[in-house]
Design a protein around this ligand. Structure first.
Ligand code: NAD
Length: 485
């Protein structure tokens, strides 16, 4: 048993939900087994919520809303500041929870999953310092008011990061929330609820109900007392949430799938950008919605790119996620492991050139959901591995002949979440960026920016998270005509 499971077991919170400022038992008897992806063994049982649990949580959030909505922004900022500090204080336990529930290498959990998650809380707090909740336009006052009770539904791939990207701005805006984390990654979410409790979050402002999408998620999306639902997950689940929400005309925010392109221009510094592109595609085992999994390269430089890409992937150390030397742990769960294996077989079947990796586990690993970092080259845009989100350590290299063709391939997708452009002529790089239909474009692999709005064009979703836009998502606009101040 890991420290995180031991900790939650000891307090009894592993079997509870957090509703109205108290830890309470589930209304029903359904349970799910939590499997450690590194060992394939069951490490805990968690209760799955019911519609009745959702009812209690939504009622608590509804009761808490008028009070929380009226708190001065500075008070909300103070709470977020305490939550931020406590997340950092408990970062080792949270990192271990993440490694246990979804297999992130412990070094990656410590270096990225936890600190980046904390950044969303810091940004949410800082946004309150000068946000214009009231502004005057002529004789009309424009008020930005919290939308109300929000359902927040999150996935397992960046469990805490996706939670703080919603809870931080929602609470900053003055909303009250009911969180349903992925049923596959409940540990970090329970630790986060402990943090909110310890930080003195008023009862009902933050509530957590664990459970499945079709039961708890659907109840949260359709509930008439919920004003907004925000989901991060697959496009499939995003559509179901929007359908469930439609009859109550609530706001729907969706952060969904992606198949992001990485355009390498002819003048790019290959020795720099290819290893960085491979690392970005394989980060978190490729289980990132905005992973640049299609690398578009000039045909004349394909051999060079393949050699550099293989060398970069050959450096990865796949194995026990608790070892410090490990760069990549197992895939997060069996369903995803099976899908990744199927897609690697598909790439081979479609005739793509296997540069490195392939099906099965890396040498020496006989159990655990470990996959081989895999790179295909000579991939055609009509191949399934170029079109479908794989959500695993699989990179497709597609050659192009002209810049026009590269831009056309980049945009030839139902998704539009992220994109990358590499090159030395910055005027050209910026021009290419302006022609890509995606919510975020990265030029020459810059650092992550928690203030850069994130979200999708097309079927990658609706709405934006992170930064100021992330908070605006949770606000209504009220115009008060006549004289206000
Ligand atoms: P998923 O869609 O299966 O689940 C995501 C969440 O939605 C979970 O909490 C799940 O319980 C819930 N859910 C599922 N069906 C539901 C329903 N009918 N009603 C309400 N809720 C429902 O996705 P996943 O397997 O957890 O995550 C992987 C997917 O998420 C990938 O496709 C990835 O691209 C996407 N993703 C997107 C972003 C982004 O910001 N755009 C970030 C991370 C992951």
């Amino acid at each position: 048993m890991t420290d995180a499971v031991r900790h939650l077991n000891k307090s009894g919170r592993l079997g509870r939900f957090y509703i109205d400022g108290a830890w309470c038992g589930p209304g029903g008897r359904d349970r799910a087994s939590l499997v450690n992806p590194a060992t394939e063994t069951v490490i805990a049982e968690i209760p799955l919520g019911s519609a009745e649990d959702v009812e209690r949580a939504v009622s608590a959030a509804r009761r808490a809303f008028p009070g929380w909505f009226r708190t001065p922004p500075a008070e909300r900022a103070a709470l977020l500041g305490r939550v931020h500090a406590l997340v950092l204080e408990r970062s080792e336990l949270i990192a271990q929870a993440l490694t246990t529930e979804m297999g992130a290498a412990i070094t990656y959990a410590r270096r990225a999953q936890v600190p980046l998650a904390a950044e969303h809380l810091r940004v949410a707090r800082d946004n309150l310092a000068d946000f214009p909740f009231i502004s005057q336009r002529g004789k009309t006052a424009i008020l930005r008011e919290a939308i109300g009770v929000c359902s927040l539904i999150t996935p397992w791939n960046w469990p805490l990061y996706q939670i703080t990207a919603k809870v931080g701005p929602a609470l900053a805006a003055g909303c009250t929330v009911v969180l349903k984390p992925s049923e596959l990654s409940p540990l970090s979410a329970l630790l986060f609820a402990e943090v909110l409790d310890q930080a003195g979050c008023p009862p009902g402002v933050f509530n957590l109900v664990n459970g499945t999408g079709p039961v708890v998620g659907e109840a949260l999306a359709s509930h008439p007392e919920v004003d907004m639902v925000s989901i991060t997950g697959s496009t499939r689940a995003g559509v179901l949430v929007a359908q469930a929400a439609a009859s109550t005309v609530k706001r729907v925010a969706q952060e969904l799938g992606g198949k992001s392109p990485n355009i390498v221009l002819p003048d790019a510094d290959l020795a720099r950008c290819v290893p960085l592109g491979v690392a970005a595609a394989m980060r978190n085992l490729g289980q990132s919605c905005s992973a640049p999994t299609r690398m578009l390269v000039p045909r004349a430089r394909l051999d060079e790119v393949e050699a550099l890409a293989a060398a970069a992937a050959g450096e990865f150390v796949v194995g026990d996620p608790l070892l410090e030397a490990t760069t990549h742990g197992p895939i997060a769960n069996r369903a995803q492991f099976d899908r990744v294996q199927m897609m690697i077989e598909t790439g081979i079947g479609e005739g793509a050139k296997l540069v490195i990796g392939g099906p099965g586990r890396p040498e020496g690993l006989r159990s655990g959901f470990y996959a081989r970092p895999t790179i295909f080259s000579e991939v055609r845009r009509d191949m399934m591995i170029a079109r479908e989100e794989i959500f695993g350590p699989v990179l497709a290299i597609l050659p192009y002949d002209t810049l026009e063709e590269a831009i056309e391939i980049a945009n030839d997708t139902v998704y539009g979440l992220g994109a990358h452009v590499q090159g030395t002529d910055m005027e050209k790089v910026r021009d290419v960026a302006s022609r890509i239909r995606a919510g975020q474009v990265h030029l020459n692999s810059p650092d992550w920016d928690p203030n850069a709005p994130f979200g999708g064009y097309k079927r990658s979703g609706n709405g934006r998270e992170y930064g100021r836009e992330g908070m605006e998502e949770y606000l209504e606009t009220k115009a008060v005509l006549g004289f206000y101040s």
